[in-house]
Design a protein around this ligand. Structure first.
Ligand code: FES
Length: 119
């Protein structure tokens, strides 16, 4: 059986990430199986290739390796502070992270939430 690591998503739940698997894929699977039950919205997912920036998270604990990420979305300072694109990282240990989508995703979510509330 392939080795795996636990991804703890702050405030949402846990995902199992298999060796060589991208963190985003593991989190999508976990959400599909109801393991991120405290996450009140669908995970922000876009290009899945480190280019659009919508899957941004802040890793607060643990080790990972990363593919190149768009500097338009993750600056060197962001990366030094733990901000990464979850589609471009591969956990090497159990990790903890917080979902921190960029401002344009938050605005879209707010608009969607407001339209649901008024419907
Ligand atoms: S989904 Fe586009 S950068 Fe991760």
């Amino acid at each position: 059986m392939a080795a795996s690591h636990k991804i703890t998503v702050e405030g949402a739940g846990e995902a199992t990430c298999y060796e060589g698997e991208r963190a985003l894929v593991a989190m999508e699977r976990a959400q599909g199986f109801g393991r991120l039950k405290n996450l009140p919205y669908r995970l922000p997912v876009g290009c899945r290739r480190g280019g659009c920036g919508v899957c941004r998270v802040r890793v607060t604990a643990g080790e990972f390796k990363a593919d190149p990420m768009s500097r338009a979305h993750i600056s060197e300072a962001d990366e030094a502070a733990g901000l990464v694109l979850s589609c471009a990282i591969y956990p090497l240990s159990d990790i903890e992270l917080r979902i921190e989508p960029p401002h344009f995703v938050k605005k879209a979510k707010t608009a969607a939430t407001e339209s649901q509330e008024t419907a």
